[in-house]
Write a protein that binds this ligand. Structure first.
Ligand SMILES: NC(=O)c1ccc[n+]([C@@H]2O[C@H](COP(=O)([O-])OP(=O)(O)OC[C@H]3O[C@@H](n4cnc5c(N)ncnc54)[C@H](OP(=O)(O)O)[C@@H]3O)[C@@H](O)[C@H]2O)c1
Length: 370
């Protein structure tokens, strides 16, 4: 029986809380949120939902700001979670995607790529990592906040970090599985999907470097699947905006946390396991994540694919000390928006976080003036 801490109870963390409330094997759920609003209410609703399903788990909510490293470390030392589902972020990408920007400005923001906002995701994850270090506890962090890049930077900076990420490639793998089931007419148990790919594969589709292999009953059936179709509007167009799609990412995070704590090996896909860039097919269980690559692909080749794919998120490379260097194209696009940044460095992270708040304020006020 396990204790799971949910760090960040917003759109994604709220879904994670609901799934944990209903999951067998979880005895205690502790939620952490910065502001006093909605955390106690959401946690109480989850407690009642768990009771409806016959569970008698413990629920607690704590108001902690990850900026206060020692308060977070004290909380961790007291709660001693077996796993942490982390999705805290300075500001959700949903806010920007829903902001009223004129189409020209929106195109410029897109050109600057998702990676522009990395400090908003990297800063809370770095704070959590420091707090885990200071608390001296042994736990598994499953990070859903841009794990493809954040986990890599954290591992390189601290020498340890999240056991896995969540979402992104796993959503692609789920789409491909359902597509393959539909076109082959075979059940999931006979189909093996193997995808290596990154966050950008989910947002930009099959133009992003990836490796894909599909077997049906052990025989190669890769050619039967049109990956572009499987990752686009099949079977219906998905509205990715709003809070509903967070059920996918949260479900993936909870699945990873429970698999890490369980003893039954789970064949799945994971984003950024043990600090590797991008996502991979893997086996998760008994506290470990092992890559499950196809025989034709070794780990170095898989990592190289995801390093190339990171450029679609504006990331040129991540150095050995965790500095995230932007591509020339994304640097130029960010400069167009009045934000000059060649690389995100850990020692400068808080300044970058605040600078981006100013950039965001300016962009959205320009958008409203238009
Ligand atoms: N991996 C995937 O597939 C995937 C897909 C979609 C989104 N995401 C990522 O998931 C993350 C969360 O997105 P969301 O839409 O759920 O955001 P959200 O609704 O804004 O939730 C963020 C949560 O983080 C908390 N938080 C922020 N700063 C904090 C701090 N200093 N200390 C403690 N808690 C803090 C917020 O608490 P307060 O409200 O109290 O400030 C809030 O509960 C983002 O990084 C997003 O990019 C990942």
């Amino acid at each position: 029986m396990s204790t799971i801490l949910v760090s960040g109870v917003g759109a994604l963390g709220g879904w994670a809380l609901e799934f944990l409330a209903r999951a067998p094997g979880v005895e205690r759920v502790v939620t952490v949120k910065r502001s006093p609003w909605s955390g106690p209410s959401w946690t109480t609703i989850a407690m009642l939902g768990s009771a409806i399903e016959g569970h008698t788990k413990q629920f607690e909510h704590r108001q902690v700001d990850l900026a206060d490293e020692s308060a977070m470390a004290r909380l961790l030392a007291e709660v001693r979670p077996d796993a942490i589902v982390h999705s805290a972020t300075v500001q959700s990408p949903r806010i920007l995607s829903g902001a009223a920007l004129d189409p020209g400005l929106r195109a410029e923001v897109r050109a600057a790529t998702f990676g522009m906002w990395l400090p908003w995701q990297l800063w809370p994850a770095a704070q959590l990592t420091r707090a885990v270090e200071a608390s001296g506890i042994d736990t598994h962090v499953v990070n859903a906040s841009f794990p493809d890049v954040v986990n890599v930077a954290i591992w390189r900076r601290f020498g340890h970090g999240p056991s896995t990420g969540a979402g992104n490639l796993e959503v692609c793998a789920a789409r491909v599985l359902r597509y393959a089931m539909a076109i082959t007419g075979r059940p999931a148990a006979e189909i093996d999907v193997s995808l290596v790919g990154s966050h950008a594969l989910l947002t930009r589709g099959a133009v992003v470097p990836h490796n894909f292999r599909l077997t049906v009953d052990g025989a190669d059936a890769t050619e039967q699947v049109d990956l572009t179709a499987a990752l686009s509007s099949w079977p219906e167009t998905i509205n990715w905006h709003g809070e509903i799609p967070n059920s996918l990412y949260a479900g993936s995070a909870v699945k990873n946390a429970l698999a890490l704590l369980g003893s039954e090996p789970l064949r799945t896909h994971v984003s950024s396991p043990m600090g590797l860039p991008g996502g991979y097919p893997a086996i998760v269980g008994s506290g470990t994540v092992q890559l499950r690559l196809p025989p034709t692909l070794d780990e170095a080749e898989a990592v190289a694919i995801n390093d190339r794919a990171a450029r679609f998120d504006g990331i040129e490379r991540i150095t050995d000390d965790g500095t995230v260097v932007y591509t020339a194209e994304s640097r130029a696009a960010m400069e167009n928006l009045g934000y000059r940044c060649e690389a995100v460095e850990f020692d400068d992270l808080a300044r970058r976080r605040d600078e981006l708040r100013e950039v965001y304020r300016r962009l959205t006020s320009e958008g409203q003036d238009a």
